[in-house]
Write a protein that binds this ligand. Structure first.
Ligand code: 5HY
Length: 250
């Protein structure tokens, strides 16, 4: 049986973070899955707000286009803001998952309430908007920020990782929740260790998305092209986004 090919898109340009996420994804993926990890060459080194998400969207859609042309079976947008998710679903035939939506679904299956631990305070609102958009607002007790920039997770000091551990310990004893979601793709390698030490589900969106993607592919479920997620209408778009659309037939 053919292996499923999943493209893991880190929307920021941090190669180190891409490798961190790819390692976690490959550790979780089944034997029938090939993870193709990519990040844009141009764009934003880390995504820490609305402007960064807008800048990153072009690279995401370019990688979706390239992945579709290579024939990948599904795509994961590995940024906790799920930037460009619906636009990416319009471009893709197969499933497209965002790590925030995936993590929230998984957490809701093992706990009645969860909290989220993310990086900067200014991105807390992005997680809150997603909770409302996905219908998980009533499941989430709190969204906490360790108040360190995203790339502090890749500086090798271990300081950000220790703050994540400290926040998760506080969440366990103060938030009255059954699970914790790690609110940054760069935290992907912490979930297994924290689940063990805290003795409660600590869920990272990369692993959640890989597992959910495998389920969708095994079911043969693809992005619906009936309605608003149909391929974009061809209306002569010009500029850098034009190349993201289906290549005109020769
Ligand atoms: C992420 N930013 O997962 C988001 C989340 C965050 O560059 N990768 C990023 O921490 O705001």
């Amino acid at each position: 049986m053919r292996r499923h090919r999943i493209q893991l898109i880190n929307p920021n340009t941090s190669q180190a973070m891409t490798e961190t996420m790819a390692h976690t994804a490959r550790a979780i993926a089944g034997s029938r899955v090939e993870i193709e990890a990519v990040c844009p060459i141009e764009g934003v080194p880390s995504i820490e707000g609305h402007f960064d998400e807008a800048v990153a969207t072009l690279g995401i859609l370019q990688h979706i286009r390239e992945g579709e042309d290579r024939g990948v079976d599904g795509h994961i947008i590995a940024c906790f803001g799920d930037p460009g998710l619906l636009a990416a679903r319009e471009l893709a035939k197969g499933p497209v998952l965002g790590i925030a939506e995936a993590a929230m679904h998984v957490a809701s299956l093992v706990a009645t309430r969860f909290s989220i631990v993310t990086t900067l305070p200014r991105t807390v609102i992005i997680a809150r908007h997603l909770l409302h958009r996905y219908g998980f607002h009533d499941h989430c007790a709190a969204v906490h920020a360790i108040d360190l920039p995203v790339l502090s997770l890749e500086d090798g000091s271990g300081m950000a990782q220790q703050k994540v551990r400290d926040f998760c310990l506080n969440v366990k004893h103060q938030d009255n929740v059954g699970a914790i979601i790690l609110g940054c793709g760069g935290m992907a390698d912490l979930a297994a260790e924290l689940s063990d030490t805290l003795e409660m589900p600590v869920i990272d969106g990369v692993g959640a998305a890989v597992s959910l993607m495998e389920s969708l592919l095994n079911l043969g479920v693809t992005t619906s092209k009936w309605g608003d997620l149909d391929f974009p209408r061809n209306k002569g778009i010009t500029g850098p986004y034009a190349a993201c659309l289906t290549r005109p037939s020769p």
